[in-house]
Write a protein of this length. Sequence first.
Lengths: 176, 256
Amino acid sequence: MRPRAAALVLLLLALATTPAAADTVLRVYFNNAQRAGTEADCAIVFERTRQAPRTQAVATAALQQLFAGPTEAERAAGYRSPFSAATAGLLKRVHITQGTAYVDLHDLRAQLPGVTSSCGAAEFTLAIERTLRQFATVRRVLLAIDSDPRRYAEWMGQDCDLRNDHCDPAPFRVGR
Amino acid sequence: MGYTVKFYKGDYLQRQQAANADKAVAYVEHHFNSSASPTASYAVVVVGSNASSTSRNWGRWYAKAVAEQFGTKVGGDGGILVGGWDGRGDGNVKHTKMPAVLLEPLFASHPQQAEAIRSEAGQAALARILAESIRRFFPDGGLVAFSVGHKYKTSSPNDRGAALAGGGTEADHAEKVLEKAARLLTEEAAAPTPRMLRVMQGDRLLFETVVDEDAVIHWSSDRNLLFIPEADGTPAPAPRTARAAPKKAARRGAGR
């Protein structure tokens, strides 16, 4: 093969096997008891990467990837998550203001019945928090169902207090 | 002293406020744990972020007893999660004025544990442990408040909690355990019962005997032998000297 033709082939191979320059590489987090080495700690999550079309809404893209759950190959490798194809549409909106990510969810409580247990809550919230904290602008995460943080808190058996800004709904409705 | 048991319904805050108004001596909310991983397994009890030492010790005792009975580990900090996981579950118990526990003895998502949860024997074993824990930590009797997790909430009347692997729901089976525990508590004789030593196979009571309140019981794993000290301090092989109690009486007997 001539040198120029060989270089062209190598270039095409490289383009086929690495993310396009326009793609965004995002991290999502899932549980994996095999990697954690314990069945008794639901608060250990592991990073997986995802490629998404280039976007400025990286938090939205990351949560959409997270809420779609592990791939078949990842499941075969022991990755588990409360999220799956049934929850792929869970995200209603996320926006970040002064270090806080306000995550508004569709009401898919019926598809997530186990996440209010202590183990399920750890899996659910840690996956969301770790996924969002890959972005330096996020220091805290607050959640709501249908723009109502009180509904989320009641579902999780939490009080509305300082930790969740007393379930103030106003930030979830900004810009609507 | 005897026990009365009352089941509280409505949203969790209302249940706690009603139990406070009734001056209950103890508050129990029964759940089962759940995980995305079918192998996750441990026994744990959530106590409030403001929990008293009684609540904490009660929760640890219960989680340890469940772990021993079902061959699993205890989770959290020696069996308890104070304030729940990052505040989740705290609101279910922190508004009580009496000791309160939120039980998560087994995993609904674990196929073998789900089978135990569905079985009469598993429910009976959980009920017995709960009743024994209440007798141990509240020996003077009184009103015990029971709350079925998820079920009967005003704000979410269709909530039944996690699905059991293989069929059924968390809430319906938690209710069955509490109903059995209520029967154990209320059908017991009013008189204080002595400390009992029991040998069980699954839910079946094989042997029981009264032991001294202060006796330090020792298990020799090398010899498969249980030693109960005599009153003068000399160890005696309990299984050879003790008399098995009649089954009916045994089932009614209370532990300490």
